[in-house]
Design a protein. Structure first.
Length: 101
């Protein structure tokens, strides 16, 4: 039972900013990180519930990539869809604004 993975604009904008920032110092590392995040997100088409829920937002789940980068997503089982919502640098002092459940 495969799910369709949908990348939201907010995620794409976050990822672009992160990759651009890292690319200033190390373009190859930035490319590898970006590819790794997208590949992991795409793998959610199979068993998307494998990562933990966000405590404060039970409808949202997240995985961590590249040690610091949190990727937030939502599973919509009735539509067989996974929505990739945000990519956030975990070293920031704030959390991203996430859509309502």
């Amino acid at each position: 039972m495969d799910f369709k993975v949908v990348f939201r604009d907010s995620f794409l904008e976050d990822l672009e900013q992160i990759v651009k920032l890292i690319a200033h110092g190390d373009p190859m590392a930035a490319r590898k990180l970006g590819e790794s995040i997208v590949r992991t997100a795409e793998s959610l088409s199979f068993f998307p519930e494998r990562y933990p829920r966000v405590r404060e937002r039970l409808g949202i789940r997240r995985f961590v990539a590249g040690k610091y980068f949190k990727v937030f997503y939502r599973v919509v089982p009735e539509a067989k869809r996974v929505e990739i919502l945000r990519c956030w640098d975990g070293r920031r002092r704030t959390d991203p604004v996430l859509p309502q459940d």
